[in-house]
Design a protein around this ligand. Structure first.
Ligand code: GTR
Length: 331
């Protein structure tokens, strides 16, 4: 049966109507999915902006079929929680430091080891290259697809009672650390008492004297407003422990190969963007904390570095981790 002229006219009119476009768009959206990403940092922080860029690229390249919604500011919980939920596919992406992964995936502790990287360029070259890729492979058996590594600057001490230019000044102070055995051991090696705490509890822990201080990069010291309660920021730069952007393997496996590739590629492309913002943020944060009353103190880094061997002895025991440390040093 051939389509009658009048029906053809009707059909043409329907397609020409302005209603047709939103109708089709709605259908496409209904067929699409929105993936959820978690981060503890506030909106505007470079890690958040990195993931947002990844989301825009993914949405564009899948013609709106895949969207990524960012939940910042600990809306989905602390890093330990979001990691667990990502492993089990409740959350699709999480951006965390390597530290909360340390007990689960030993290779991740290596890149947080004290005074391991010579500088930021060394860290970036290692993480962006085959070594970073190998570390990423180890996360897969724990339900996480490592997509990219972001910068996290240099971690330094900030303390309430006094500056800690020499390790002697740190002796006996209670210092908050991330929830990782390596980090607890490192504080001990430095002579401090380690108190592992989730990030969101640090401000009040310092304020109420539960701990005497913590350690972090300047941007986090600023955005967390920890500078209000711990005025002395001592530039020990003891670790360049990078950030990791991981996708839930469960969520990843549900996607078609070309979509997986789009996500991997978008994550890679978000790295230079994040790093550019990071450099600007470090400068801005430093000015802001100084204006807010923080005192920036130079440290005897060599004296700190002399204390860390026991941490390497305790955690870099098996042949695999030893080889990893050697590869990083030689890179
Ligand atoms: C920040 C890092 C977070 C988290 C936090 C902490 O520098 O970006 O992922 O590790 O430090 O100390 O808990």
């Amino acid at each position: 049966m051939t389509i009658t002229a009048s029906r053809r006219a009707l059909l043409g009119a329907a397609l020409a109507t302005p209603l047709a476009a939103p109708f089709l768009a709605n259908r496409a959206a209904a067929a699409g999915i929105t993936l959820r990403a978690a981060d503890i940092h506030p909106d505007g922080y470079p890690t958040i902006e990195g993931v947002k860029l990844m989301g825009r690229l993914v949405e564009e390249r899948t013609e709106g079929r895949i969207k990524i919604q960012m939940f910042h500011s600990r809306q989905l919980g602390e890093e330990k929680d979001t990691l667990e939920q990502t492993r089990f596919g409740v959350i699709d992406f999480t951006r965390v430091n390597t530290a909360p992964l340390n007990n689960l995936v030993p290779a991740t502790l290596v890149v947080g080891l004290p005074f391991l990287f010579r500088d930021t360029a060394h860290m970036q070259a290692v993480m962006d290259g085959p070594i970073g890729e190998d570390i990423g492979k180890d996360t897969a058996s724990h339900g996480l697809v490592t997509l990219a590594y972001y910068d996290s600057g240099a971690r330094c001490f900030y303390t309430r009672p006094r500056a800690v230019a020499e390790p002697e000044a740190l002796k006996g102070l209670k210092v908050r650390v991330q929830q990782s055995d390596m980090w607890v051991a490192l504080m001990r090696a430095f002579g401090a008492n380690a108190t592992p705490l989730p990030f969101g509890e640090v401000y009040s822990a310092i304020q109420t004297g539960v701990v005497d201080g913590a350690e972090n990069n300047v941007p986090t010291y600023y955005t967390s407003r920890h500078f209000e309660v711990a005025k002395y920021y001592t530039k020990t730069e003891h670790s360049l422990s990078p950030e990791i952007l991981a996708m839930s393997k469960r969520s990843y496996d549900k996607l078609a190969k070309p979509d997986q590739e789009i996500i991997r590629q978008a994550a890679k492309e978000s790295v230079p963007h994040m790093r550019k913002l990071w450099v600007a943020m470090e400068e801005e944060a430093l000015a802001k904390v100084v204006a807010g009353g923080a005192q920036i103190v130079e440290a005897d880094k060599a004296a700190y570095a002399r204390l860390v061997q026991p941490v390497y002895d305790q955690f870099v025991k098996d042949a695999k981790l030893k080889a990893l440390v050697e590869r990083i040093r030689a890179a």
